[in-house]
Ligand binder design. Structure first.
Ligand code: NAD
Length: 337
């Protein structure tokens, strides 16, 4: 069984490569490396004993996709390639629509032309927007308030429509909550190019001394300690969710599934957990709320459990321990080869 992973060199994609290779699947990474480092392929080989085949290409390049998809008998594509910064999506909206929406359309067209039927798509909890009720269920209204969230919603919609067209596709849409942590080996992990947008890699860089202080945006939310609450999910659990999705994808035209733990953790709780596993002091300062931030959200995991038989296994302490292990072993990310 051969699977193409677009964006397979990135943070989440590299962990999926490991899970799939260890589950006996043949993996082809399709990536333009705009936000990843080629060294990751060597690290995947060190963990699994097998280096995935790599095709350097862009998901907007339909000819390159057709050529890559024709080279093997692919049973499925896992589509992660995309741009993911909420802030950049405001300043570079056209680029985000081009990469995330047009890229998804081109991929679906290439799959139709080459007879590859099954796709698992990386969506995001940002498609929900402000929660009316918690935990967030898949049938909650969809009202993203960033261009990034809207690109994910449009990609979901176009895939759901193409699923029912001719030739049809089978689609599993995975709505990730907040993926963090790293493989327990410390060989692969999250390695943002610039100052991290996400909380966990920011905490890691403060802990290792690359950044001086953590800004905590908002301490007056209606939560237990006033800071924002999110549903952090270990990236290895998330990767296992993709293996389960591949087993399910041919059974249903379109399935939309949350991947989260169902548990909310505040910013200060995450800082405490990280301090406990690292033994490092994490200096932090309260700063004003950021526009568009939500007080609290976390997933309902019922659909994931009922359809995919998937449930997150690792807790916040595991996530912090593995993030810290990666950070310590690779203080400068993949530049530490
Ligand atoms: N990390 C998160 O917090 C999070 C949360 C929800 C959803 N997602 C989604 O999951 C996916 C993977 O996220 P990640 O955290 O691994 O990001 P990442 O940036 O580490 O990985 C994305 C990969 O896609 C590649 N890529 C980007 N544009 C491309 C293009 N046009 N053609 C080919 N390759 C391209 C990049 O080089 C990179 O290797 C993204 O689609 C993201 O929107 C991520």
């Amino acid at each position: 069984m051969t699977v193409m992973i677009t964006g397979g060199a990135g943070f989440i994609g590299s962990h999926i490569c490991v899970e799939l290779i260890q589950a006996g699947r043949n993996v082809v990474v399709y990536d333009n490396f705009c936000n990843s480092h080629p060294e990751v392929i060597n690290r995947i080989r060190r963990i699994t004993g097998t280096a995935p085949e790599v095709v350097k290409g862009d998901v907007r390049d339909v000819e390159a996709l057709i050529s890559a998809l024709s080279a093997h008998r692919f049973s499925a594509v896992i589509h992660l390639a995309g741009l993911k910064s909420v802030a950049d999506s405001v300043t570079s909206s056209a680029e985000y629509y081009d990469c995330n929406v047009v890229g998804t359309l081109r991929l679906a067209q290439a799959m139709q032309q080459t007879g590859v039927r099954n796709i698992v798509f990386s969506s995001s909890a940002t498609v929900y927007g402000e929660p009316d009720v918690l935990p967030l269920r898949e049938d909650h209204k969809l009202a993203p308030f960033s261009p990034y969230g809207r690109t994910k919603l449009q990609a979901e919609e176009l895939l759901s429509d193409i699923a029912h067209s001719l030739p049809p596709l089978n689609v599993v849409i995975l709505r990730y909550f907040n993926p963090v942590g790293s493989h327990e080996s410390g060989l692969i992990g999250e390695d943002p190019n610039d100052v991290p947008n996400n909380l966990m890699p920011y905490i890691s860089r403060v802990a290792i001394g690359r950044l001086p202080v953590l800004n905590v945006f908002g301490n007056d939310y209606p939560t237990s300690d006033g800071t924002g609450i999110r549903d952090y999910v270990h990236v290895v659990d998330l990767a296992a969710g993709h293996v389960a999705a591949l087993d399910h994808v041919h059974k249903q035209k379109v399935l939309k599934v949350n991947l989260g733990t169902g548990r909310g953790t505040s910013v200060l709780e995450l800082v405490d957990a990280y301090t406990a596993v690292s033994g490092r002091t994490i200096p932090f300062a309260f700063a004003p709320r950021r526009a568009g931030d939500i007080a609290s959200y976390y997933a309902s995991g019922d659909v994931a459990e009922e359809t995919l038989g998937w449930r997150a296994r690792r807790d916040i302490s595991d996530m912090c321990r593995d993030a810290w292990n990666w950070q310590q072993k690779n203080p400068n990310g993949y530049l530490d080869q």
